[in-house]
Design a protein around this ligand. Structure first.
Ligand code: GLC
Length: 537
């Protein structure tokens, strides 16, 4: 293969939520040794990069997104030695490892914050954001993000929840300390970072009030909410500069992946990648697509928009689920045929695919009552009846998409030997599980494995440009991936009805079902929810 692009623009990403992947010591919680035991599964599936949600030392109030020591491991997950072994084990299998770096905030249990809050005059007094009086800013989770600390008779700012105080990057020592942590892990050999709420890191130096906006709740496409536009606490110009500074740090270690969790519309999130050249973060998530509708028209528009905003030398990311959102198959009413089409698109379009563990077998959300939620976001709102969030189509209880990986039709889905796991295993694990799907060529798992294989074989899929194929019926999405080593044509049928249309035929590289393929010369047939990849003859 030619490798025209840096590896981080060609790769495929699998997200592991360590708490729910595999429990090796029978305490009901996943751990690093468990992950090591299951790495062959990820390699055999065909992903090239694994992103791990945080496993650093943490009081686990937000399950690792509240870090109390960035260079140590939470004991329930293992030790630093285990983490080093994990890095080596991922590399031994030819894959890359990406850690989750929470730069915006620490846990309130972090020694830096304990010192900072202890008085107004201590060496870390301005490592966090302290004010005598709050302004009108709302946190990302609703309500004021200012919290009173009686020790200092001042308020500190927390973009997310009160136990996650934001660091003050206007203090150069803070930036240096965080860059040192980044270097620590790069020296240990990791291949990059996913960057938690990266666009929240800088706040307005003058703490100006945010302007009013007619918006009750923020959405994937519009960060305005709680009746304000987050003009002074999100996406500040200094944030785009920080992206470039961080890139300079990681460049010292070779080609490293930097994947930003950012929000605010495509014009804005593009800025994190660099102005004209690829000199900022190497990738950003586009969360608008999390709210996809399953139609050819939706995806035609989406891909058009994405191509417009992320042309070469930039590369988009295609992501439909993660540990904060519902599982993608929920949007498809559990229909596996539709899930195959969705993931075929994700793995053949121009972009880096990022898949959350369990998506490959069609794991569903587990319905769980708000009243017993472990997720701190859900707990914040637990007084509100659950149906209100259902009506608003809000996935407030993130526990529902974080349940244990379903390995096999065994007690606890083969995830753990414990009588009780930290979150319950889905009752459907008796038929939705990796073992049963591995043996079945028609399964979602095997479909994804075959598509990942095609992606590794055909440079067109990882590196090719994207062109539309016109003249197909409205329910068909058709595009070409062009590449000097061979061009591929991809056809996806978003309707339950079979479709037939004229197209010069080619060699079949992949098809979703036996119904899909070239017919007598000059026509192509796709079964309901069919999919086909043809190579130019
Ligand atoms: C990000 C994480 C989420 C976490 C929050 C605060 O959105 O994905 O899980 O709760 O940041 O760190």
């Amino acid at each position: 293969m030619s490798n025209r692009l840096p590896w981080y623009h060609r790769t495929t990403i699998y997200q592991i939520y360590p708490r729910s992947f595999y429990d090796s010591n029978g305490d009901g919680i996943g751990d690093l040794r468990g992950i090591i035991q299951k790495l062959d599964y990820v390699r055999d599936l065909g992903f090239e990069t694994i992103w791990f949600s945080p496993f650093f030392a943490s009081p686990q109030q937000d399950f690792g997104y509240d870090i109390s020591d960035y260079t140590n491991i939470a004991p329930e997950y293992g030790t630093l030695e285990d983490a080093l072994e994990l890095i080596a084990a991922v590399h031994q299998r030819g894959m890359k490892i990406v850690l989750d770096m929470v730069m915006n905030h620490t846990s309130s249990e972090h020694p830096w914050f304990k010192e900072s809050r202890s008085s107004r005059h201590n060496p870390k007094a301005d490592w966090y954001i302290w004010r005598d009086r709050p302004n009108n800013w709302k946190s990302l989770t609703g309500g004021s993000g200012w919290h009173y600390a009686p020790e200092r008779k001042q308020y500190y700012w927390a973009s997310f929840l009160p136990f996650q105080p934001d660091l003050n990057y206007r203090n150069p020592q803070v930036k240096q300390a965080m860059f040192d942590i980044v270097r620590f892990w790069l020296e240990k050999g990791v291949d990059g970072f996913r960057l938690d709420i990266f666009n929240a890191i800088y706040k307005d130096a003058a703490f100006r009030d945010n302007p009013f906006a007619w918006s009750l709740l923020p959405s994937e496409s519009n960060p305005a909410g709680f009746f304000q536009r987050p003009e002074y606490n999100l996406n500040l110009p200094e944030n785009f500069i920080l992206a470039r500074e961080l890139r300079q740090v990681t460049n010292q270690f070779g080609e490293k992946l930097l994947l930003g969790e950012v929000s605010g519309g495509r014009e804005i999130i593009r800025k994190f990648l660099g102005e004209e050249v690829n000199d900022g973060l190497t990738l950003v998530f586009d969360f608008e697509m999390m709210a996809f509708t399953f139609t050819a028209a939706y995806f035609r528009r989406l891909i058009g928009e994405i191509e417009k905003h992320f042309p070469p030398p930039f590369m988009p990311v295609y992501v439909f689920s993660n540990h904060d959102r519902q599982r993608s198959i929920e949007r498809l009413n559990g229909d596996v045929r539709k899930a195959k089409v969705l993931h075929m698109l994700q793995l053949t379009v121009r972009g880096v695919p990022c898949m959350y563990y369990g998506e490959e077998i069609g794991m569903r959300n587990v319905r769980l009552p708000l009243s017993t939620a472990l997720d701190p976001l859900a707990r914040k709102y637990r007084a509100i009846p659950g149906f209100v969030f259902d009506l608003l189509k809000m996935n407030i209880n993130r526990d529902e998409a974080r349940t244990p990986m379903q390995w096999e039709a065994a007690p606890q889905a083969g995830f753990s030997s414990a009588a009780q796991t930290w979150l319950p295993v889905h009752a459907n694990h008796t038929f939705v599980n990796a073992a049963s799907q591995s043996a079945n060529p028609d399964s979602l798992l095997e479909t994804i494995r075959q598509l990942l294989k095609a992606r590794r074989q055909w440079a067109a899929l990882s590196e090719g440009d994207l062109e539309w194929i016109g003249g197909t019926p409205p329910d068909i999405l058709a595009y070409r991936r062009t590449h000097p080593e061979g061009t591929l044509s991809i056809f996806l049928n978003f309707s339950p009805q079979g479709q037939s249309f004229a197209f010069e035929t080619g060699k079949v590289v992949f098809k979703l079902s036996a119904d899909d393929g070239p017919e007598q010369s000059g026509r192509i047939h796709l079964g309901g929810y069919g999919g086909l990849i043809l190579a130019a003859p």
